[in-house]
Design a protein around this ligand. Sequence first.
Ligand code: FAD
Ligand code: NAG
Ligand code: NAG
Ligand code: NAG
Ligand code: NAG
Ligand code: NAG
Ligand code: NAG
Length: 574
Amino acid sequence: MKAIISALIGLSTIARAVPQSCPDYAIVGGGPSGFVLAEHLSRDPTVSVVLLEAGPDNIGVEDIDIPGHVPFLYPTLHSWNFTSQPDPNLDGATPGLAIGRGFGGGSAINYMLGCRGAPSVFDEWAKISGDDGLKWKNFEQDFKATTHYTKQSDVTYDTHLTESAYGDGPVELTAPTDLLGAQLQFVNASQRALNIPWVDLSDGHGIGVTIPASPIRASNRTRDFASQAYGWPMGGRPNVQLMHDTEVIKVGFKGRRATDVTYINHVTGAIVKLRAKEIILSAGTINSPKLLMLSGVGPAKQLKKLGIPLIKDIPELGQNLLDHHVAYTEFEVVPSVETLWQWAANATGAAIANREYAEKRRGPLSVDTGQAFSIIRAPDSVFKKANASPYYPNLPADRGHILMQFSSGAYRQPSPNISLISPFVAVVQPEESGYMQLASKDYRDSPIIHSNYYGSAGDKAAVLWGVKQIRKVMADAAFSPLVVREFYPGAEVQSDEDLWHSIRNGSASFNHPMGTAALGTVIEGKTYRVKGLDGIRVVDASNFPVMVTCQPMMTVYAHAHHAAQLISKQDRKS
Ligand SMILES: Cc1cc2nc3c(=O)[nH]c(=O)nc-3n(C[C@H](O)[C@H](O)[C@H](O)COP(=O)(O)OP(=O)(O)OC[C@H]3O[C@@H](n4cnc5c(N)ncnc54)[C@H](O)[C@@H]3O)c2cc1C
Ligand SMILES: *[C@@H]1O[C@H](CO)[C@@H](O)[C@H](O)[C@H]1NC(C)=O
Ligand SMILES: *[C@@H]1O[C@H](CO)[C@@H](O)[C@H](O)[C@H]1NC(C)=O
Ligand SMILES: *[C@@H]1O[C@H](CO)[C@@H](O)[C@H](O)[C@H]1NC(C)=O
Ligand SMILES: *[C@@H]1O[C@H](CO)[C@@H](O)[C@H](O)[C@H]1NC(C)=O
Ligand SMILES: *[C@@H]1O[C@H](CO)[C@@H](O)[C@H](O)[C@H]1NC(C)=O
Ligand SMILES: *[C@@H]1O[C@H](CO)[C@@H](O)[C@H](O)[C@H]1NC(C)=O
């Protein structure tokens, strides 16, 4: 632990330091996108880079390092704790939306499931953006350039992972060494009950079941997050400064050209203006649009209402808010399944788990809480019966409609304590999107987020069908010996109407927002510039015009690598 602390302090500029004046690039946000950009752009020693991150440096935080501790990571000071507006589709419920905050962004607090998903998505991005580099066949190189896979001798099952799909990039991926007594059964039951193959969902397969590779180091089973994977290569580069606890509150413009950022130093309270030749926002799907809007870029009518002087009217900014909306169930399981409750809520269990991890880097702390999931496609008849539009049946054949995963922790832990797993389904590519806007011109106020869960007849039909598939998997002979009973919604809940009630009361965000500053509408393809403005780009998950079909982080890394290459070529000093 000490090694990390000293080495990283060596490379990161602590909050009190003063950044060099007028760097070539000011990068706003230290998540996966920001770190990939900073590393790539600073390879040229004549190019100066300052990265500003609102949150802490996230170094030496046990709950971040230890994979099994992921459920304890939010809400904490490592997260933005947003909440959506009362959703009429959920009888007015207000699901939370957690976002990473601090060096590493989401990669420091997320569940570490690796996936690329359906290739046709990237071909669609290429078409929308006019950038052939995003076509799957080309984009695969960016996936390879950002990750590598380490094979471990103590993995005793056939992982079904395609080693050649990974490359030699900084982020280390490994298969889980411990399976918590349920993953292989989940995979077997999914194959049998859903008629899908066991595949690697990162090698070009869009549909199937998987135990994925995760960003967890082989050497000591700790989380490999962006500021570590991409921080080390920057160590000792004098042309890059990484600043934490510095929150950018405004981008300044001269006419249509962005010229500076104003940030608040959360350690000293000082408000500082930093001029930069070029500004890149990598503050994430919610905060990048928020910052643009605070700076006068966005829907003119709203900005006017809030008293923000207009720089550029962009009505689409904040629209197209895409997320994976999940519906939970809960099943009580036999003691051989290592649930979170068994080791986190029981002192004896905790002592055993801690010792296993400390001495052998094994046990439930060495993995996250449920590393297996499937992506499946509903038959057309499901949507016909619901009088839905042809949207779902018309999606390309490599795309699923539903992602099914389980957590070995309880969605809602009842009292008295019961050993529960929480299988859930997410709609992979919802037909309807949400939107976000500013609540006020005060940077401290959270934005207003309209999530729009299950907003169309097709979205509703997909999630309802998905919940029924969970029951099929749990009831399959390959899994049923582990199940004591269905706990939520409960076996007595059978009619569609009753199931709907449980879905509305058991829905949450998968925390995968994207799309609010999309390529093709808000952002110009290939240049990543905000359309109609100079000196300002956005590179992060907000650029994704269409949802990826599974967990987005691997794509976030690859996409930032792709953008960084284009940007450094375009801006090369000659
Ligand atoms: C709880 C959770 C679980 C998830 N699980 C998975 C998973 O299992 N697998 C997967 O692939 N993906 C998962 N994700 C999603 C994944 O983490 C994100 O898609 C990814 O981190 C997005 O990267 P980004 O670079 O776009 O932005 P972010 O990771 O959001 O990083 C943006 C950074 O900018 C900073 N910032 C924001 N505003 C400002 C400002 N004004 N000034 C300075 N800095 C600012 C933020 O603090 C943050 O550090 C999960 C996310 C969460 C939150
Ligand atoms: C884990 O191993 C990596 C190298 O593989 C090392 O840099 C890091 O300090 C180790 N972390 C802990 C908490 O031991
Ligand atoms: C999120 O919630 C935690 C716990 O309440 C809090 O410490 C943290 O400051 C919150 N994050 C933000 C950005 O407000
Ligand atoms: C339930 O868990 C809590 C800790 O979360 C513990 O204090 C309590 O003793 C447990 N109760 C039972 C009945 O096991
Ligand atoms: C706590 O964990 C120990 C060790 O796994 C187990 O023997 C014991 O039954 C558990 N207690 C409860 C209340 O589940
Ligand atoms: C899958 O489950 C079935 C039913 O229990 C069982 O017969 C079969 O051996 C299992 N297959 C594997 C590979 O475990
Ligand atoms: C939602 O479910 C929880 C847990 O099962 C229950 O306590 C609560 O009353 C339910 N709320 C509604 C509105 O049905």
